[in-house]
Design a protein around this ligand. Structure first.
Ligand SMILES: *Cc1c(COP(=O)(O)O)cnc(C)c1O
Length: 346
């Protein structure tokens, strides 16, 4: 079979910006080293595209959420450098961890026992200091099941690092107290936003994700972090409509004058959700082409009055300033990245 024809939709990932962002976060981590959260296919941007750049920038510790994410990461880095945040829920996951050489993050006494009974070995330990999702309680650290572990990274996760909340100091002090209760080689608390909270939060290892990929969860990071992702979509049809005709589902836009419009190969299946539609423009050589009507699964329609020379096959750029897109759509910067669809990555 010959390869499929060129796509009409593309994601550009700026590997230099990825590397620069990781280095900036590593520098901001002070004496600590930065790792990298690479879960959810590197926050939707693609593990094969992103991970080599992050690794070559100097990163040596990587975090995925699921066991199913290990294989894609292990194509690029030593499996011993991959931590699996969800930990081993079942015995087959323990067996898989040992075979693949990836390192589980233990999140409960049950996971600790399961890991030790399956043969054990180096693991990481998540302590819950207040987010109440995963992790052992500080009071459980003296349990024999925890004492039996060989812990590399002792970690906890901040609930409110993107806010100036009293919760941050509370979690910091709980985490600091836990450090003396259990032996470990490295301690880690801060995510991207947590890195901006100051060196007290950095410990030995920070765990940025969002900001490596261009997200800015706190103003302090705005001058350090550059955009990484860009999306371009092709015009697949030019049309002319008359005053009174409508466009798209539910006839949400009705023309008040005769106009040229373009149908573009981008839809909500690609992660351009309906929440991003209203008030948004695509661009052609700097000219803004406002969206008309609703976002369809595979298409959007734009007003081409500003670009009379536009033709089928021309490429339009899709606005992807994460901060601006988050403000205007009500989605988080995390969601805007992780919803990007697979057709962008062909
Ligand atoms: C996702 C995740 C991170 C990265 O957080 P960002 O806010 O994306 O920097 C760090 N630690 C844990 C436990 C996570 O789940």
């Amino acid at each position: 079979m010959s390869p499929p024809p060129d796509p009409t939709l593309r994601l550009r990932v700026d590997a230099q910006a990825l590397a620069d962002n990781w280095r900036a976060l590593d520098a901001l981590s002070g004496a600590a080293s930065a790792g990298a959260a690479i879960k959810a296919d590197c926050y939707g941007l693609g593990t094969d595209r992103c991970l080599p750049a992050i690794r070559d920038a100097g990163c040596e510790q990587f975090f995925v959420a699921h066991w199913s994410e290990v294989a894609a990461a292990a194509r690029h880095v030593d499996p011993a450098q991959i931590a699996v945040l969800h930990g081993p829920m079942r015995d087959d996951e323990v067996a898989y961890a040992r075979e693949a050489g990836a390192v589980p993050v233990i999140n409960s006494l049950a996971q600790a026992r399961r890991w030790s009974e399956g043969g054990g070995g180096t693991c990481h330990l998540m302590i819950d200091t207040g987010i109440n999702r995963l992790g052992v309680a500080p009071g459980e650290l003296t349990d024999p099941a925890i004492r039996a572990l060989d812990i590399d990274i002792l970690m906890s996760h901040l609930a409110c690092a993107d806010e100036d909340s009293a919760m941050n100091a509370r979690q910091l002090s709980r985490f600091a107290d836990c450090r003396s209760a259990v032996s470990h080689r490295r301690a880690s608390l801060a995510n991207s936003a947590g890195i901006s909270l100051g060196e007290d939060f950095a410990f030995d290892l920070t765990r940025p994700g969002l900001s490596i990929y261009g997200g800015i969860p706190r103003e302090e990071l705005a001058s350090e972090i550059r955009a990484v992702a860009g999306i371009e979509a092709a015009v697949i049809q030019m049309r002319s409509i008359s005053a009174g005709e409508s466009v798209g589902y539910n006839a949400a836009f009705t023309a008040t004058r005769d106009m040229r419009i373009a149908t573009v190969s981008l839809g909500y299946a690609d992660g351009f959700l309906r929440a991003r539609g209203p008030g948004t423009s695509l661009a052609h050589r700097g000219r803004a082409l406002p969206l008309l009507g609703k976002v369809s699964m595979d298409m959007v329609v734009v007003d081409c009055v500003a670009a009379p020379d536009l033709r089928e096959g021309d490429w339009l750029s899709v606005p992807f300033d994460l901060g601006e897109a988050a403000r205007s759509s009500g989605l988080s910067q995390y969601e805007l990245l992780t919803v990007l669809g697979s057709r962008l990555k062909t």
